[in-house]
Design a protein. Structure first.
Length: 294
């Protein structure tokens, strides 16, 4: 089969298709992307400009790290891949990666959907999948029956246009669980500055997909609403109204066991959104989930 060079990454001919023409049977030649494709893989879903993965790759390549970062030493043996539907963002990330990773060949960025990448990784990646990250996905529009309007540029519903569907979560779970050479305990990191989004992803993952809470989230996040965002206030108002109408709604917040009060990635691996939220003291809702057999 012919191969074509595309943005400094050699892929099989199928990989040069337009993103809308891809299918789940497309195969990536991982040997052309990574120097050692059997290493554990870290995946960033909807990676944008690749800030987090580029930082993690830089962190992994550094020979001198603070002793308190011992918990992240596993990153040094990983490959990194990110995907996004924005070709502009992917090309930006690829250009940065080509200037910093020309020798190691352990980071790649691909212009494709989350479902496409996870399907391809599950079918063809020859090593274990260590971690999959969903960081600050574009939120869906809050629907208040008593109000009209809202941000029309956002996906209309969690089930319509929102990137993190149950189908994707199931695909991530099964790919982590069944990855080649893995221990069946791959992890999913979820981060959002929208509490309702983080809660929905966590609850769907726990109740319907087969994930469980990771014991690594030891720093329990306590309830502190002093910096509550307007979106969270609106969300709680909607839930309280629904509760009054139905008398059977259990309001779940991003607090307590399973939610982390501290960053779960080294500082170099934090996204631009996470840095901005930290500087502005905007709450970040984080959880780490682990696969389990059903």
């Amino acid at each position: 089969m012919k191969q074509k060079r595309h943005n400094d990454i050699t892929l099989k001919e199928e990989e040069t298709k337009n993103v809308n023409d891809r299918n789940d049977n497309d195969i990536i030649d991982w040997n052309q992307i990574f120097q050692d494709p059997t290493k554990p893989l870290v995946i960033d879903i909807g990676c944008g400009f690749g800030v987090s993965l580029l930082g993690l790759s830089q962190y992994a390549s550094s020979s001198s790290q603070p002793e308190h970062d011992e918990q992240y030493k596993w990153l040094k043996d990983c490959n990194f891949v990110g995907c996004d539907l924005s070709i502009m963002a992917i090309r930006f990330a690829q250009n940065l990666a080509s200037s910093t990773d020309s020798r190691d060949k352990k980071i790649a960025f691909l212009n494709m959907s989350a479902q496409q990448l996870m399907s391809i990784v599950g079918a063809s990646y020859p090593g274990p999948i260590q971690l999959c990250m969903i960081q600050f996905p574009t939120p869906y529009k809050l629907i208040d029956k008593k109000k009209k309007g809202g941000n029309t540029q956002l996906p209309s519903l969690p089930t319509e246009g929102f990137m993190v569907t149950n189908e994707l979560l199931q695909l991530i779970h099964d790919t982590l669980l069944l990855s080649k050479g893995g221990d069946g305990k791959g992890k999913l990191l979820v981060q959002s500055n929208c509490e309702d989004v983080a809660v929905r992803i966590q609850q769907e993952s726990l109740k319907k997909i087969g994930f469980k809470k990771s014991q690594e989230c030891m720093k329990t996040k306590e309830c502190d609403d002093s910096r509550m965002t307007k979106r969270t206030r609106d969300w709680l108002e909607i839930l309280n109204n629904d509760e009054c109408e139905n008398n059977n709604i259990n309001i779940v917040r991003a607090h307590g066991v399973g939610w982390s009060s501290i960053p779960l990635l080294p500082e170099l691996g934090r996204t631009e959104t996470e840095v901005s939220c930290t500087l502005n003291q905007t709450p970040i809702h984080r959880c780490l989930l682990i696969t389990q057999s059903k």
